[in-house]
Design a protein. Structure first.
Length: 341
């Protein structure tokens, strides 16, 4: 094979420059460029069109053990992406096919096709495969229907309620005849939750100095399911108002991801005993074998108009770090996505 770099394919990428200390900053990222060798038999070359930024990526920026290995300094970050096959030496993929992969944060990537799936741009817009019909939609569906096993008539409290996961949790719960309480941190998110997502009770946690009292006033009959995206004070407030035998789905704890010191446990954790609360952590990847059922349920809700969603789109690979950092300052409504130029 030629080693002449002029025959190689140029691809720009976002690399981890340094590990964040607290909230990530732009200086933790750098732009890099690589030249990919030509594809060989069995491989495809993909040009990314969309990439996802997700809170879990903050964990991968730390050098600590987790369900997945940390990002490496000087190497590109990774994450959900949708792109177009521009070269193929693999019979399962044709040039022009759109595919879902896990090598975001770069312009182009090669693959043997393992873990890569073809998506249909006629069924939904390409970026929907990174949101409502993708990882975040499936998290909402699995957390509520499989982990919580929510029942009609339940009171469901959702934090980060206008975000990618939370906005879908709220609407699935409504579609399943639950009473829904949502919290979010900005006035326009509160308005969207009320007007577009038809959430029953909504509050802005930045406008209250007593989260527990606020939640108590909106949930006079208690909470049956708390879908926790935030942790910290939200979890403490929910524990105070959970009903006996209630379920807390620990989906995420974004309020703790940038902590520089170990975060204290909820001071009222003992309440899980007397109230016989089931507090269960979840990882969406454990439910991949149920993807067909998820897609059937979700497509039905989308077609009936029961589920709508918002996207916050950032233009250009070089602006992906800003989009990612914005997750921690609440810049996004609904799913945060980056369109590659
Ligand atoms: P997202 O909600 O679309 O974006 C993050 C939102 O979190 C922000 O817009 C912000 O909204 C809120 N937030 C940020 N810092 C906060 C703080 N200190 N306190 C309260 N709220 C804060 O993100 P997403 O992708 O849907 O993820 C939501 C949660 O689900 C995250 O915790 C994530 O880690 C988790 N998750 C888990 C899995 C799994 O398999 N377990 C899969 C996907 C996602 P406000 O303006 O409302 O504050
Ligand atoms: C997430 C937050 C945390 C997530 C996964 C984790 C897939 C897992 C963390 C760990 O194993 O340490 O949003 O999404």
């Amino acid at each position: 094979m030629s080693t002449d770099t002029s025959t190689r394919i140029k691809s720009r990428q976002v690399e981890l420059k340094s590990r964040p200390d607290g909230v990530p900053i732009k200086a933790n990222f750098q732009m890099g460029e690589v030249r990919l060798t030509p594809i060989v038999d069995g491989e495809i070359l993909v040009q990314n069109e969309w990439m996802s930024v997700d809170p879990y990526m903050r964990g991968r920026m730390n050098d600590s053990a987790s369900y997945v290995k940390p990002f490496q300094i000087g190497k590109p970050l990774e994450g959900g992406c949708v792109g177009k096959v521009i070269e193929s030496l693999n019979a399962d993929f044709g040039v022009g096919d759109y595919v879902l992969g896990s090598l975001g944060w770069r312009e182009k990537w090669k693959s043997t096709g393992e873990g890569v799936s073809i998506v249909d741009p006629k069924l939904a817009t390409l970026q929907t495969y990174l949101s409502t019909l993708g990882m975040t939609g499936m998290t909402a569906w699995a957390g509520l229907t499989r982990v919580a096993k929510v029942k009609p008539g339940s009171t469901v409290f959702v934090s980060a309620a206008s975000g990618a996961v939370g906005s879908i949790v709220c609407q699935i719960a409504k579609a399943l005849d639950c009473r829904v309480i949502g919290s979010a941190g900005k006035a326009k998110k509160i308005a969207w939750l009320r007007e577009k997502a038809q959430v029953d009770e909504v509050f802005n946690y930045n406008e209250t100095d007593d989260l527990t009292a606020e939640l108590g006033s909106l949930a006079p009959d208690g909470i049956d399911v708390y879908f926790d995206n935030v942790g910290g004070e939200h979890l403490e407030a929910a524990l105070d108002h959970m009903n006996n035998h209630g379920v807390i789905v620990s989906c995420g704890m974004i309020s703790t991801y940038n902590a520089t010191e170990p975060v204290p446990a909820p001071r009222n954790l003992f309440k899980i005993i007397g109230k016989r609360i089931r507090l269960e952590g979840m990882l969406v990847f454990d439910f991949l074998d149920q993807r067909d059922t998820f897609l059937k349920d979700m497509s039905g809700w989308i077609q009936s108009g029961a589920i709508v969603w918002e996207e916050t789109i950032t233009e250009g690979l070089e602006n992906a770090p800003a989009a990612f950092i914005g997750l921690f300052t609440g810049d996004n409504m609904g799913k945060s996505l980056v369109r590659l130029g």
